[in-house]
Design a protein around this ligand. Sequence first.
Ligand SMILES: Nc1ncnc2c1ncn2[C@@H]1O[C@H](COP(=O)(O)OP(=O)(O)OP(=O)(O)O)[C@@H](O)[C@H]1O
Ligand SMILES: [Mg+2]
Length: 362
Amino acid sequence: MKEPLISFKNITKTYDNDVNVLENLNFEIEEGKFYTLLGPSGCGKTTILKMVAGFLQPTSGEILFKGQKITDVPANQREINTVFQDYALFPNMNVFENIAFGLKIKKVPAKEIKQKVTKALKLVQLPGFEKRGISEMSGGQKQRVALARAIVNEPMVLLLDEPLSALDHKLRSDMQYDLRELQRNLGITFIFVTHDQEEALAMSDEIFILNDGKIVQSGSPVDIYDEPINHYVADFIGASNIVKATMLEDELVEFTGHQFECVDGGMRPNEAVEVVLRPEDLELTDVATGKLQVKVEAQLFLGVHYEIDCFDQEGNEWIVHSTKKSVPGQWIGLTFMPENIHVMRLNESEAEFDARLESYDE
Ligand SMILES: Nc1ncnc2c1ncn2[C@@H]1O[C@H](COP(=O)(O)OP(=O)(O)OP(=O)(O)O)[C@@H](O)[C@H]1O
Ligand SMILES: [Mg+2]
């Protein structure tokens, strides 16, 4: 395997109050990929970024950059730049001066600074804004200036702490697209922080899902969406149909009082589990042919499909996405494929999950 660009080895971080914000954290970042740290407020995302950047020291453990320990290397000597959560531009400087600041400190010749700033402004789609005052820019434009200010230093790694949080929905989706393009064009490594799961799914090559200072699951957006390892991840990533179930034997699971064929295994016989069924994997049928019988409570038209809110006899809620219309108050059937049933053990860790899949596949 290629040597990772950044490695966190057994990193623990405690602030003054003796509580471990991060505990024994291990992960690797490969060069040239778009990574996202996804997790709720307070789970430790900014703390991780600050340690990568060199603004915070871990309490114990080592941080490696291209295989070399950089735990004690100060921030300004790392090939890493950060766009902070509050983007902290200099209000008394114009756009050009803000972007040029770092280069001036490094004593880059004026002509080169001008070329580099012009190029960075083009990349963030603000060409010609050099002389604008920061107070005369919109929130989205400021955010772009903050990005340009980081890119202009040509770092190997760009850290982005919720850089889109201040933007309205439309601008936010435009910027998501632009950032992704920018990362591909520059080919540098991005570590992006968000608590928005849709944003994480749309932008990343690799997602780390965090809870309470731990990585609960890591993988590509598709892996995580299709195979959430537990209730926390499934819920966080936006799954809506999660029900209690019993794994009778390999490839046979029982929920809502019925037995269903599935493709998972490696659990104990009759182990209590949970299953996820995605709204888009459920199909409407008549009551007789349905694998599940549900009563339609409400229906919303969402532009591309209907979102249908149903309940089964046991009171479980089932959200269905379908291009077919249904009638509130009526009983209907739902059907699905065995591979659409995602079985999750209660509180299984990522390592246990991987080990089980490996042993079950053999
Ligand atoms: N300087 C500090 N001193 C003490 N505790 C801190 C300090 N900075 C952060 N914390 C605590 O560490 C935990 C993680 O904080 P962190 O800022 O890393 O979270 P986050 O995931 O970035 O959250 P958010 O999404 O709200 O930005 C929180 O419980 C926070 O209260
Ligand atoms: Mg934060």
